[in-house]
Design a protein. Structure first.
Ligand code: BG6
Length: 487
């Protein structure tokens, strides 16, 4: 049963790519499902001068292929208003406040406001302080601020950013989006682990040999080089998405899905991370950059537009993360992510220890492996052994797949859709809390610092491949290999 919500959304960065690709489609899906009905409005702001009509046209374009009738698309788009806005100009906030107050009355919204900051974090502090001083923050309903990563570039800058925002808003009003936390299959990690006693019993160092998290992308840096060249894979994907997935995979069971409970359990693992010395980083992390591929006619990273020709930004990272706690000590958790790899694939493999039985201590007997496919394929697979048909008692590998059909994937809610609904409901469970963010920054800062101080050259991998050979060596040293290894 859907329940309709009341809110005024004020989107900073309303002309941007994220707004058009994700936010408007997600709001539309909530609208056709009845989570938003009549009592909502959206104000898009950005520097450009756009009319409401033009803005509504853009909104209609971004949602028209998502089902629903033409009338629904039209009616939805009529809730959208555009206000040209310079984030540094106090007077502009007064105009925005008047428009907000008018729309609040017009749609009978009751003062609920969601401020969505979809622009450079350099402006977060300026925006939030003006929202407060010019009374856009309202005392009738709720006030919630959603911010998009990057939350800073290291621990220090993220702390400064956080402190700045908290001068104007309470921490419970702040929603840090990590869209991976809204993905169906990422949320499924908890269901898979904690609703299946069969699984949870063996989810520990006694049975598990190693865990592998892969977030590989087929696309290169595209038009985002300006941002990416200062970020690299470590900050872009590890600090946030990978550390969150890692926490969900390794944390103890929370007593409920309450946001505080879940946060505490995640924090227990994040504070048990084995701290990294410069030698550990050298031994356990590989950074690399994609190189030109003649075979696939793909540019190398240094040939991409807006990339500094001497750039040493990593477009790929692989590493071994270790935890020092009862459940996990001694179990390596291998992670890797990169751009311009062979295929878009996000997956987690849990590799179990081999059978200890002398009966089946043979070459043919495989390790049991459970794979969670996070996207674009979604589902699970499990590798077991069974008896080979025939006279001998030899074994053969049996693979059980449970992959969702294309149709089911299409029907499942989008990450942003779920997260926007959670924010409307005041539920911060699937958002990143400050303690989590700050701990992951401290961890990745140690890696970054070790790299900055080292004069070792970046590894290279041919564009369109699975990554550098060094990443295979990383596992080989421990007697393991990557489960996902397309040729
Ligand atoms: C973003 C990164 O957070 O996640 C991008 O900034 C990356 O560089 C994207 O492409 C990947 O998300 P998804 O949902 O396509 O796997």
């Amino acid at each position: 049963m859907s329940q309709s919500n009341k809110a005024l959304f004020i989107i900073f960065g309303g002309t941007g790519d994220l707004a058009q690709r994700k936010l408007y489609p997600s709001l539309y899906r909530l609208y056709i499902k009845g989570f938003l009905e009549e009592q909502f409005a959206v104000i898009g702001t950005a520097r450009r001068e756009w009319s409401d009509e033009h803005y509504q046209e853009i909104v209609r374009d971004s949602v028209k292929k998502l089902g629903g009738s033409e009338e629904q698309v039209e009616a939805f788009s009529r809730h959208f208003y555009y206000q040209s806005h310079n984030v540094k100009d106090t007077e502009h906030y007064n105009t925005l406040r008047d428009l907000s107050d008018d729309l609040d009355k017009k749609y009978d919204i009751g003062g609920n406001r969601i401020f969505y900051l979809s622009m450079s974090p350099n402006f977060f502090g300026t925006i939030t302080s003006h929202l407060k001083s010019q009374n856009l923050v309202n005392d009738q309903g709720f006030n919630r601020v959603i911010i998009e990563k990057p939350f800073g570039t290291d621990y220090e800058s993220s702390k400064a950013l956080n402190d700045e925002i908290l001068e104007a808003f309470e921490s419970e009003e702040l929603y840090r989006i990590d869209h991976y936390l809204g993905k169906e299959m990422v949320q499924n990690i908890l269901a898979f682990r904690f609703s299946n006693p069969l699984i949870e019993q063996v989810w520990n160092k006694q049975f598990i040999s190693n865990i592998q998290i892969t977030l590989s992308e087929e696309l290169g840096v595209e038009e985002r080089a300006g941002y990416y060249d200062t970020s690299g894979a470590l900050r872009d994907m590890v600090q946030n998405h990978i550390m969150q997935i890692f926490s969900l995979l390794t944390m103890e069971a929370p007593a409920s899905f309450n946001s505080q409970e879940v946060k505490e359990k995640k924090m227990n693992v994040l504070t048990s991370l084995k701290q990294l010395s410069a030698e550990d980083v050298k031994a356990n992390f590989v950074r690399a950059q994609y190189a030109h591929s003649n075979k696939k006619s793909l540019n190398g990273y240094l040939e991409e537009e807006n990339v500094d020709k001497d750039s040493s930004t990593e477009t790929y990272i692989a590493g071994k993360i270790e935890l020092e706690n009862d459940r996990w000590s001694g179990v390596p958790i291998y992670v890797r992510t990169g751009k311009r790899m062979a295929k878009k694939e996000a997956q987690i493999s849990i590799v179990f220890k081999k059978s200890a039985s002398p009966l089946y201590d043979t070459e043919e007997t495989a390790e049991n492996i459970i794979t969670l496919y996070l996207g674009p394929s979604e589902g699970f697979s499990m590798t077991l052994n069974e008896k080979k048909i025939g006279m001998s008692m030899d074994t053969t590998i049996m693979k059980l797949d449970h992959l969702r059909s294309e149709g089911t994937i299409q029907e499942s809610p989008e990450a942003y859709e779920k997260l926007l609904l959670d924010c409307l409901n005041g539920d911060r469970t699937h958002f990143a809390h400050w303690e989590e963010v700050s701990n992951s920054w401290k961890y990745v800062d140690a890696i970054r610092q070790a790299w900055d101080q080292s004069n070792e050259k970046l590894a290279q991998y041919e564009a369109g491949t699975v990554g550098p050979e060094e990443a295979n060596e990383l596992l080989a040293k421990d007697g393991h290999e990557w489960v996902w290894n397309p040729k």
